[in-house]
Design a protein. Structure first.
Ligand SMILES: Cc1ncc(COP(=O)(O)O)c(C=O)c1O
Length: 389
């Protein structure tokens, strides 16, 4: 069976003609084509480097080209002769959250089609599926050994057994697990399942300890989508910019479907600067610092009484998971109490994840600055001692 995009994407969306504006053909002159206000914005800001009273560029080719170049230069698949990424492989969204929703809307017929997720995972896949009246099939990650790796054979069996599943979301590195999913296993799915899209959510990819982004593989596998965001390693969560890498065919569909001006001029101005060589170096330096701090925080926390000393999940993101235990077993009561006391008495906010599949007793902790982490370690020990005294 070969992959046929027209059978995956909803017919109306597959045949969509993208919204066109006069600005697609003419960008200069007396611009009286888009009902803008020639007097400028009501907010005066002399430091601004971008025009606000005109609609932003719907295509964002400069950013897409730079992003493709960055991921091409970092490719771990250079020995394979794959066509390099180019602007036509990208669709931009208002954060990955919009990219997730767009992919579901493109492929899943409400009330009929389904997505597959691997629990525990990021919550927005389920929320977007519910909003779109799309059923959710869950295949849990392997939690018994704390590895939180994918149950590949079970995933393939489930996908092949249900022709209404249109997207399989793989979060790699995982949230809240922090574990990069083995790329060979993902490629096995890509080769053996052709009736839907494998969407790898790589929000945390720049923090992974080994391997790298699967984005360059979109020109090898037409059934692959790779989602990235500028919210994490680039430190631009407030800007809201997500990137979907796909085959050029699927990218055409996603771009035709999106609101034409979804990326604001402010966002586009900032994210283009974020890809200058200087900013990319800063990103790498910050990632390096976070990776080093991640080691320190993990060591300090897992050496405390009532914290499981074996690693939970992976070390591939800008957070760690630790399991609060009592009598050797994950304990949600203690974990939740610690979470609450840390927030209310110490002013340190972490995330309680104890009710997620395989995460009993777990707290997810983002790696902060050196000072923030030191405070976390100190308060964590203090509050845990108070609670277990
Ligand atoms: C796995 C994962 N995907 C996507 C997102 C959302 O990213 P964005 O800020 O780009 O919407 C997050 C945010 O925490 C995440 O953890």
């Amino acid at each position: 069976m070969t992959f046929d995009l027209s059978k995956i994407v909803r017919p109306k969306i597959f045949n969509l003609e993208p919204y066109r504006c006069a600005r697609d053909d003419f960008t200069e002159g007396v611009l009286l084509d888009a009902n803008e206000n020639p007097h400028g914005p009501v907010v005066k800001d002399s430091n601004r480097e971008f025009v606000l009273n005109r609609y932003p560029d719907p295509h964002q080719v400069a950013f897409k080209t730079k992003m493709s170049e960055l991921r091409n230069s970092q490719s771990v698949f250079k020995d394979q002769k794959i066509t390099p990424l180019s602007a036509d492989n990208l669709c931009l969204g208002v954060g990955s959250d919009e990219s997730i929703d767009a992919l579901i809307r493109a492929c899943c017929v409400p009330g009929k089609d389904k997505i597959l997720i691997m629990t525990p995972t990021y919550g927005m896949y389920s929320i977007c599926a519910d909003i779109n009246d799309v059923e959710i099939i869950k295949v849990p990650l392997i939690v018994e050994d704390n590895s939180f790796q994918m149950n590949t054979d079970k995933v393939i069996e489930t996908l092949q057994g249900d022709s209404n599943i249109k997207i399989a979301f793989v979060t790699s590195p995982g949230n809240p697990t922090g574990a990069l999913i083995d790329i060979a296993s993902i490629e096995k799915i890509l080769s053996q399942w052709q009736s839907g899209i494998v969407a790898i959510d790589e929000a945390y990819i720049d923090f992974c300890s080994t391997g790298g982004s699967a984005a360059p593989l979109v020109n090898k596998y037409p059934n692959l989508a790779v989602l990235q965001t500028l919210s994490k390693s680039f430190g631009l969560a407030g800007v809201r910019l997500g990137v979907t890498f796909t085959s050029k065919d699927l990218s055409r569909v996603l771009n035709a479907m999106k609101a034409p001006y979804n990326i604001s001029s402010m966002a586009s101005n900032l994210v283009l600067k974020a890809l200058s060589s200087e900013s990319v170096q800063t990103m790498k330096d910050n990632v390096q610092e976070i990776v080093e701090e991640r080691e320190r925080v993990l060591k300090a926390l897992t050496s405390m009484e009532n914290v499981q000393d074996t690693q939970v999940g992976g070390l591939d993101a800008n957070f760690i998971m630790v399991r609060i235990v009592d009598g050797g077993k994950g304990n949600n009561e203690l974990s939740k109490a610690l979470y609450y006391r840390l927030a209310t008495e110490s002013g340190v906010v972490v995330r309680f994840r104890g009710t997620e599949y395989g995460c009993t007793g777990c707290l997810r902790i983002t790696i902060g600055t050196h000072e923030e982490n030191s405070k976390l370690i100190k308060e964590f020990e203090k509050k845990l001692k108070e609670l277990t005294a």
